[in-house]
Design a protein around this ligand. Sequence first.
Ligand SMILES: [Mn+2]
Length: 363
Amino acid sequence: MKLGIGLYRHMLTPDYFAFARQAGCTHAVIHLVDYFNNGAANPRNNQPTGGRNQPWGYAGDPNQLWTVAQLQAIRKEMEAAGLTLAAIENLDPAHWHDILLDGPQRAAHIENVKTIVRNMGEAGIPVLGYNFSVAGVAGRVSGPYGRGGAVTVGMDGAVDDPLPNGVVWNMIVDGNAAQGTVPSATHDQLWDRLQRFLAELVPVAEKAGVRLAAHPDDPPMPFVRQQPRLVYQPWMYQRLIDLAPSPSNALELCVGTMAEMTEGDIYEAIDSYSRQQRIAYVHLRNITGKVPHYRETFIDDGDVDMLRILNILYRNGFDGVIIPDHAPQMSCSAPWHAGMAHTLGFMAAAIAALRKSMVPAAP
Ligand SMILES: [Mn+2]
């Protein structure tokens, strides 16, 4: 088990790399999509929240794919700072929105993702996290809900306003789109889109030495903004795994999102997926409640027994990276850093305790 950090695009700087090393991280997962791009309601000092009818920001340039040189440069810069680049998290909706929508540019967008996967393989970056979702992260609220009044994120009931044309995965892919809304799909249609995506991408990923790692739907509701969700109960991850029996068809397992789900047992689910060796990396986050009413909490303060989760992963021989997902904002001049440092300290201590414990890791 390796301790890592997640860094947004604007955090890919020497200061943040040094902060991660100082907190004990050996690995990092990075975001190359700038979720905050011209997003007025979406400040950079916290996770992009996705409130009611508030897209995060503008998607990137549809014609600029991440190049091998660009990816290699970032990896080397991080290595010089003592960090291993473990994964890129999320595709830019500009590059693949018509795969999600089954739209007219689907074939070109499949080629985009194939190119990105090949470029990552060539640049030595082994995991691509993705979220196969039309509406993306939306419908959340933010406020002083955490211990001691720390600002955290949560949900206060379902959001079913339809998705406006030009918005995909809660980012603006077309600022000049015609008035109107994105038609609703069915769950079967969305699973069919995922199946076709995996059929085309998994062989390319295998060849490139890259694992595709799926995040569950956050928030995990059957529908958000009248668009269906894929993985909104713990057992639905098994359906995704079974679509393509390959180590390159893997999970970006999000403990917080799974804890927000209304059915199943999170400990049994994580035991099952880690036994199958299908977890590429883990988002660790605690919460209280269930959708559509939950709150993110400090790592040591929610409904989930984090030591039990880490013990299950350790016992099953999980040797991938664990990163804090989001952390509450602490009251000081560096709220993001303080929240992350608190979470990373807890995680580092838990991992150290597991290594010293009498429970042997699986061979
Ligand atoms: Mn997550």
